[in-house]
Ligand binder design. Structure first.
Ligand SMILES: [Zn+2]
Length: 122
């Protein structure tokens, strides 16, 4: 289990695997570009979220973007349809030592929906 937490600690997420063992990406779509999130993908069945969140949705309102109610850090997205077997967890909330040498693919979510590069570590 890996524990992620927001800056103030009110919001915690437990994920089953470190980010190096799952699909991750840094994306330039309209929301990721602004939050600065790097996302790791898990099944919602394997992620535990505890703590207060506020939710942002737009467009077709099919995805909930959660942030800590206290400090405002973006923590994860999850589909409104809870049978959707994928959610994105913000890697930036995970322990720093897991991130220093992490391979981070850059995903062009704004335009081509393809991987356009990679960077190393935070
Ligand atoms: Zn917080």
């Amino acid at each position: 289990m890996i524990e992620a937490s927001c800056h103030c600690g009110a919001l915690r997420l437990q994920v089953p695997k470190p980010p190096e063992d799952v699909e991750i990406k840094e994306c330039n779509c309209s929301i990721c570009r602004r939050t600065g999130a790097i996302l790791a993908y898990y099944s919602p069945d394997h992620v535990r979220v505890s703590g207060p969140t506020d939710v942002y949705m737009w467009g077709d309102r099919s995805i909930e973007f959660h942030r800590c109610k206290v400090c405002g850090n973006f923590s994860h997205w999850i589909a409104v349809d809870k049978s959707y077997d994928r959610m994105g967890v913000n890697v930036r909330l995970m322990p720093a030592e897991l991130l220093t040498n992490l391979r981070i693919p850059k995903f062009d979510g704004a335009n081509t929906w393809t991987i356009i590069g990679e960077r190393r570590g935070l």
